[in-house]
Write a protein that binds this ligand. Structure first.
Ligand code: SF4
Length: 280
């Protein structure tokens, strides 16, 4: 039987998630920062990590954004195939929610026309990724993305003969070239396989995998471990001021690809790895 959800309910939920994501860091990020603080040996690096934790605490307690760049709203929708949204178009409802959330939360409006650079004034349109899934539920994840880190993203279409070392060097090179610009410590999302655009989406989705969650594939887990060790050996450190915590984690997702290629995408996120979810 088809279940109905009102478009207004979608808008209200998206609005709440925009505010929640910007005010409250996810627990896995808070825990990862605590682990990094225990492990970091650089006194300056430790100071930066302490300051970041304090910033997160104040943002949640005082209900203010944890960073001035409150991001472009990236919204993932998992829509049950037996669910009907009534009272308006789904994308319109999501954008109405972003408009409301960014206004009510006093969040910075950062979205501009790409040619004229004129601000749209309400942080819309959101970037909406919709997936049809079995069931009657609607899962909404709002992941505001700042562009200090988004600008450090890259994709390369490798030849299938590429070695694992060369792929890893590409990823590590992205982090090395980014330096302090993505506000380290970062989380590095890596998408391997698929097509050009799918690899980029995998890299973005990889950032949403809980930091403590076990990687399902043993070979991918080995890639993540190797990359994290190489990245943290760069010495960029918290705030780019030196130390062993350049990245809190590397998360990778893979998808089958074509015999003639190997797309690899890197999407870097700062420590403000904001995301909040709800199920309707
Ligand atoms: S990279 Fe992250 S922490 Fe740095 S300014 Fe952008 S959103 Fe804020």
């Amino acid at each position: 039987m088809i279940r109905t959800v009102d478009a207004a309910k979608v808008s209200d939920t998206v609005a709440k998630l925009c505010v929640e994501a910007n005010f409250k860091a996810p627990k896995d990020v808070v825990d990862a920062l605590a682990r990094a603080l225990r492990a970091e040996r650089s006194p300056l690096g430790k100071d930066i990590l302490r300051t970041l934790r304090e910033n997160i605490r104040i943002a949640a307690a005082d209900k203010v954004a944890m960073c001035q760049d409150t991001g472009m709203a990236v919204v993932f929708l998992e829509v049950g195939q037996d669910l009907h949204v009534a009272g308006g178009a789904l994308a319109k409802a999501v954008n109405a929610g972003v408009r409301k959330g960014y206004a009510e939360g006093y969040l910075r409006k950062s979205v501009v026309d790409p040619l004229t650079r004129a601000n749209t004034g309400d942080n819309t349109p959101a970037i909406i990724h919709t997936e049809i899934v079995p069931g009657r539920l609607l899962r909404i994840t709002v992941a505001p993305k700042g562009f200090g880190s988004e600008n450090m993203s890259a994709i390369r279409m490798f030849n299938p003969t590429v070695s694992r070392d060369q792929v890893e060097e590409f990823v590590v090179g992205c982090v090395r070239d980014a330096g302090a610009r993505p506000c380290p410590p970062t989380v590095v999302g890596v998408g391997i396989g698929g097509t050009f655009e799918h690899a980029a989406l995998l890299a973005k989705k990889a950032l949403l995998v809980p930091l403590g969650e076990k990687q399902a594939r043993a070979d991918l887990a080995a890639v993540e471990r190797s990359l994290l060790a190489k990245i943290n050996a760069l010495g960029i450190g918290p705030g780019g001021l030196g130390g062993a915590t350049t990245a809190l984690a590397v998360r990778a997702l893979a998808h089958p690809t074509h015999i003639a290629g190997l797309p690899v995408a890197v999407n870097i996120c700062c420590h403000a790895l904001r995301h909040a979810s709800a199920v309707l």
